[in-house]
Design a protein around this ligand. Structure first.
Ligand code: TXA
Ligand code: MG
Length: 331
């Protein structure tokens, strides 16, 4: 017997199809279902942002707390005016410069954007990805698409379609299969509702790059920002099962069942079970979440991570490493 739509998302017996066709994946969204899709940052799990019953399925599939708002994805700059209202001049400057791209702007929402998308806030995060497959999919959806990262809550953001399948097989109807995501960390989220832009989540677009457009953009401090305005700042992020140890250089004599990732090669003979040495910070960011998944899969006990230089993309990378080391469980 066919289960009623509202029940289906609760079951884990749904058949998950994997397709390379943006049109086929978009058909699920047009029908009020979910579909995972690649972007240049990480894979997202999309649903029609203007249909609360569809958005509900995202929260159910991920096991995501309902007080954490979703980013609305668009395929054309002009859709922003449909989703947002009262854009500040600096927000328009940011959008003009970074759409399409790895920037999410938090702006005042238009009246018809449902509360389930924004967790009851009067603001909405909006992003236009710079990724051909994502844009083809979003265009074919014919609506704005609410999408968090396509992981089960408590797991790292997925950078491959296989990681999406590992987490959500049987819980979502469709995965749009694309390449491994080229950035590997999530977008930069900037609150554009106050007198000056505030970076709520560091990400693929660095503070230095943002400052070229809006010089007074900053991270939140006790004096410039009310943390209560951003649920994302309250939620804990992913931490692997293994203990994450932040180091300034690879340990010469690691304990058993350890892994290492960083920019510096470990000494010859250091007995790690899994090692990834990255050429530069961009490659480190590209590898990190996949590396964590591999370590979890192997049941390793400790992951040594070399801290990167904290400029450019290194700021976002260091942020994810610190969150992983702090030992949270929920993303
Ligand atoms: O790269 C990305 O941003 C990916 C791809 C799929 O676009 N998406 C993503 O979504 O990482 P998610 O849901 O995992 O993270 C969204 C972050 C959360 O920290 C959330 O709290 C914050 O953005 N956010 C969304 N809307 C917000 C709002 N109205 N006010 C404050 N923070 C918001
Ligand atoms: Mg996420």
């Amino acid at each position: 017997m066919e289960l009623p739509t509202a029940r289906r998302a609760y079951t884990s017996t749904m058949h998950t199809i994997v397709t390379e066709s943006p049109d086929d994946a978009a058909a699920f969204v047009r029908a009020g279902e979910t579909a995972a899709f690649p972007t240049e940052t990480v894979y997202g799990l999309g649903a029609d942002a203007l249909r609360p019953s569809a958005v509900q399925k995202i929260f159910e599939a991920k096991g995501r707390p309902s007080d954490n708002p979703l980013i609305v994805h668009i395929s054309d700059r002009s859709e922003l005016d449909h989703i947002a209202s009262d854009l500040r001049p600096y927000a328009i400057d940011l959008v003009d410069q970074f759409f399409p791209g790895s920037l999410t702007v938090v702006v005042k929402k238009a009246g018809h954007v449902p509360e389930i998308v924004t967790a009851g806030l009067d603001t909405v995060g909006v992003r236009m990805p710079a990724h051909a497959t994502a844009l083809a999919f979003l265009k074919a959806c014919d609506t704005a698409v609410a999408a968090p990262s396509a992981n089960r809550s408590g797991r790292p953001s997925p950078t491959t379609w296989q990681a999406v399948l590992d987490d959500l097989d049987g819980r979502i109807p469709c995965i749009l299969r694309g390449d491994r995501t080229n950035v590997g960390l999530e977008s930069t989220v900037v609150d554009c509702t106050g007198p000056r832009p505030i970076v709520l989540r560091s990400g693929a677009v660095s503070l230095e790059t943002l400052r070229e457009v809006v010089p007074d953009v900053d991270f939140p401090t006790a004096t410039n920002y009310d943390v209560a305005r951003s649920p994302g700042l309250r939620h804990r992020h992913y931490a692997p099962e293994a203990q994450v140890v932040l180091v300034t250089e690879p340990p010469p004599d690691p304990p058993s069942r350890s892994a290492y990732i960083g920019l510096t090669a470990p000494a010859e003979g250091a007995s790690f079970e899994h090692v990834t040495v990255c050429r530069d910070v961009a490659e480190y960011a590209f590898e990190l979440f996949d590396f964590f998944r591999t370590c979890d899969g192997r049941g390793l006990a400790a992951i040594f991570c070399e801290m990167p230089p904290e400029s450019g993309l290194g700021v976002a990378l260091a942020d994810r490493l610190r969150r992983a080391a702090a030992g949270g469980t929920i993303s």
